[in-house]
Design a protein around this ligand. Structure first.
Ligand SMILES: Cc1ncc(COP(=O)(O)O)c(C=O)c1O
Length: 379
């Protein structure tokens, strides 16, 4: 018997993709995070942050959780708030799908849509700044602050990365995931570089995002990208990065629904395309784990809506051979990501990151000096 829905977070399956992956190339394994109860990988970080806040007395019974999220992290918090009896306020932006908005509301969250763009052409800074302001005004409130809280990557170090190694420690050659707050890529890369340093770690970003440098521009892939390099990501642990266009991400996600029966969102489409590229460069004894961070059903009105795609000027469908060829043509954005780092130390002050977050980060960082064996995230 399971006593709370929250106990079902994690332990997601690894899937092969036999219709798209040839037998004589590297074996692609999708880590399918849709099976988390909130429907995405974000359940893992959200639960970790809330449980840590409870332990530290930063969140008391009946309190309010305030977060900036384009959807998935907010949905996870809304579900956790409903299960644990907290009020949840989520600041989203116009890119958030109507399906995500409906999910937030069905868990009882209060939703604020931020429409003012920041100087990077995105909404991250305006959303975060308003969330911090609200946290100051609302009593007994807690800001998980996924962008600046190092517990975000700690969550993936402790759960996702360990799970991947338990499921696939032999012949793991390459790990691929998308990046926004850097929680997944930061935590998992830290684990791999400590315990399996031979594994190549690839970060996938959107064309238009500047996590790995370059020119900022608007893009349509939800859940991916940022206007700076997030603190949760130690860029030294990343071996290669790719930037994927909106159309490439959407076409790939649609192709996997039709050719493998696997629903995924656009950020996962972007990663899956890179996985197909790497597979074509490796032999069958090598394995590639690719994060599929959420399912496609929450993008029914965008990614899987032909009219919406036409309005964006994207092609609707291409066959899997064309996707494989598109993958082959991809060129890395960077093979020395540390030279592209775009950290912005000034943002903690400008966006008024809460003192409690900075204090927790200091603790995590301090532990890294005392624990020489590996990392700031050891138990
Ligand atoms: C669907 C999806 N993919 C990838 C990411 C990126 O993950 P992270 O924020 O841990 O870098 C997110 C984050 O919101 C997401 O929602």
């Amino acid at each position: 018997m399971i006593s709370s829905i929250l106990e079902t977070i994690g332990n997601t399956p690894l899937l092969t993709i036999p219709n798209s992956n040839k037998a004589d190339e590297g074996q692609v394994l999708f880590k399918y995070e849709r099976y988390n109860p909130g429907g995405s990988i974000k359940d893992r970080a959200a639960l970790h942050l809330i449980e840590e806040a409870e332990k530290r007395g930063l969140l008391e019974p009946g309190g309010t959780i305030i977060e900036s999220s384009s959807g998935n992290f907010g949905i996870s918090l809304a579900m956790i708030g409903a299960a644990k009896g907290y009020h949840v306020i989520v600041l989203v932006d116009p890119k958030t799908t109507s399906a995500n908005l409906a999910l937030l509301k069905c868990f009882g969250a209060e939703v604020i849509v931020v429409t003012e763009q920041d100087d990077c052409g995105s909404y991250h800074k305006t959303r975060i700044s308003l969330a911090n302001q609200l946290a100051k005004e609302i009593k007994n409130s807690y800001r998980p602050d996924q962008c600046f809280n190092l517990q975000n990557s700690e969550a993936h170090y402790k759960s996702t990365a360990r799970e991947i190694m338990e499921q696939c420690s032999s012949n793991l050659s390459t790990f691929i995931t998308a990046v926004s707050t850097g929680g997944q890529l930061g935590g998992i890369s830290k684990y791999l570089k400590t315990f399996a340093p031979g594994v190549q770690v690839i970060g996938v970003d959107a064309v238009g995002s500047v996590i790995f440098g370059g020119e900022s521009d608007s893009y349509r892939i939800p859940g991916i990208g940022l206007g700076w390099t997030p603190v949760n990501l130690n860029i030294e642990n990343i071996d290669r990065t790719y930037k994927i266009t909106d159309e490439q991400a959407f076409l790939t996600a649609r192709a996997f629904a039709r050719h493998e029966g696997i629903l995924m969102g656009p950020s996962s489409g972007a990663c899956a395309l890179v996985a197909l590229k790497v597979a074509q460069q490796l032999g069958p004894e090598e394995r590639i784990v690719c994060m599929i961070s959420d399912g496609g059903d929450r993008y029914i009105q965008t990614l899987f809506n032909d009219e919406w795609l036409e309005q964006q000027g994207f092609r609707k469908t291409v066959d899997i051979e064309t996707i494989r060829e598109m993958a082959l043509q991809l060129k890395p954005w960077s093979i020395s990501p540390s030279s592209c780092a775009n950290y912005r130390a000034d943002l903690t002050a400008t966006l008024e990151v809460p003192h409690s977050t900075l204090q927790m980060n200091l603790e995590l960082r301090t532990q890294s000096y005392t624990n020489k064996k590996s990392s700031i995230y050891m138990d």
